[in-house]
Design a protein around this ligand. Structure first.
Ligand SMILES: [Zn+2]
Length: 217
């Protein structure tokens, strides 16, 4: 799986030396009142949502400040948010969708992609440092709030990484929780990732619906 992952990353990434970091444009997603499909409604994947050390767009470092990978050509930026979690904690689907990807990395554990067909286009949510539960595999449909995975143990570095990708799958979609295998990749900010906290704030009903509640539209 590593070879495949690295192959995917290797062919996906474009080196742009000295390319300055340009913040992504603000979300243009419609407000929640424009919900027209059940899959337009999202929820937080964990029962609590407390930030860990890395936020969206920050430099890719361990909590103690050590860079996961230092490259002379630039700094990789974090494409998701890191959230406090405990090993074994259940992970829920952020919205109705289909599991479209699962990769396992010995160091960073499992990564899952779920595709959501919303009225504002395809959204892919990304869950890293988890183990897929038995009974779930690529192609499995999931409902919002359904527990499909558990937080994996990474010892003192145990946490949850969550990212939101706008559009259908492409090679950038796997970027996020894993540092590049070599200093030959896109050092700036991969396009199509949006701030997961801003996205959830825009698409989670207020107050949040209890887990399992269906939205009739
Ligand atoms: Zn992360």
């Amino acid at each position: 799986m590593i070879a495949r992952l690295l192959a995917v990353a290797g062919c996906a990434l474009v080196l742009v030396p000295g390319d300055p970091y340009v913040p992504p444009p603000p979300s243009v997603l419609p407000p929640l009142r424009h919900v027209t499909l059940p899959s337009d409604v999202f929820q937080y994947p964990l029962s609590s949502w407390q930030p860990h050390c890395l936020g969206f767009g920050s430099q890719w470092r361990y909590c103690n400040g050590v860079a996961l990978r230092s490259c002379a050509t630039g700094v990789w930026l974090h494409t998701g948010v890191d959230i406090r979690a405990t090993a074994g904690e259940p992970v829920m689907a952020a919205a109705d969708g289909v599991i479209i990807g699962y990769l396992i990395d010995p160091q960073f554990r499992g990564g899952v992609l779920i595709r959501h067909r919303t009225s504002f286009g395809i959204v892919i949510t990304q869950y890293w440092h988890v183990w897929l539960r038995s009974g779930f595999t690529i192609g499995s449909p999931v409902k919002r709030g359904q527990v499909f995975a558990n937080i994996a143990s990474m010892g003192s570095r145990t946490h949850f990484h969550f990212a939101v990708f706008r559009g259908g799958f492409d090679s950038h979609t796997w970027n996020g929780a894993l540092p590049p295998a070599a200093c030959a990749g896109y050092p700036s900010f991969p396009y199509k990732f949006v701030d997961p906290n801003a996205f959830l704030a825009a698409h989670v009903p207020a107050p949040p619906l209890p887990r399992g509640v269906r939205v009739l539209v």
